[in-house]
Design a protein around this ligand. Structure first.
Ligand SMILES: [Zn+2]
Length: 210
């Protein structure tokens, strides 16, 4: 039997060889298979077939595949989320000249901020922490302003569809702004607003005496 090569201290992918652990005789292939103890970059130690590591078939303790799996599922999961199509729709309005809505958005200079445009997850996180629900639609405070955190909120679709160009306008203390503006300014969420309005309260009562 030939002398086994010492690989201790050598690195393969995330694995650093520490010492030989044991060997088994492979009857079928009539070879001795050597198992070594490896230390992974993640801190785990694991005994692995040396041949598999040296050939690049195994590159970590298993953590690499776990990470890839999580990444894949997170990405995949979010793509199925209904916010993903909303996000794509906003980007199309702003940048896709072939889309109908472009003339009302991109052509008028309306953009989506880089933070959102470049990363769906940023948009997703903002939406979730700012009261997004399935029946709501994104509205801008300043209708000539961009899609960006400081200029957007979630309101029911019906409210927005009533008047697309100027949106639902409300006057408080002589100042006229859209619903989005007031909800944001007074920290009122859309459902409590509608609940109070159904009960017969006026806009001023809702926002000034909340
Ligand atoms: Zn690892």
């Amino acid at each position: 039997m030939t002398q086994e090569k010492d690989i201790s201290g050598q690195k393969f992918g995330r694995l650093t060889a520490i010492k030989k652990d044991h060997a088994i005789w492979d009857k079928e292939k009539r070879i001795s298979r050597n198992f070594w103890l490896f230390k992974c970059d993640c801190g785990n130690e694991k005994v692995i077939d040396k041949y598999s590591v040296m050939r690049g078939l195994t590159t970590s303790c298993g953590c690499y595949h776990k990470e890839q799996d999580i990444k894949k599922h997170t990405k995949h999961g979010l793509c199925k989320h209904s916010l993903f199509s909303k996000w794509q729709d906003i980007k199309n309005r702003c940048y896709n000249k072939n889309r109908n809505k472009y003339k009302n958005y991109g052509a008028r200079g309306i953009k989506i901020c880089d933070e959102w445009a470049n990363d769906f997850e940023n948009f997703y996180k903002w939406a979730i922490s700012n009261g997004w629900k399935e029946h709501l639609t994104i509205e801008r405070i300043n209708v000539n302003g961009n899609y960006e955190p400081s200029n957007c909120c979630w309101i029911p679709f019906k409210e927005q569809a009533k008047n697309k160009t100027t949106s639902h306008l409300i006057t408080i203390n002589g100042k006229t702004r859209n619903l989005c503006y007031w909800l944001k300014k007074y920290g009122v969420n859309d459902s409590s607003y509608y609940y109070k309005r159904k009960k017969g309260l006026t806009d001023e009562q809702i926002f000034l005496r909340k």
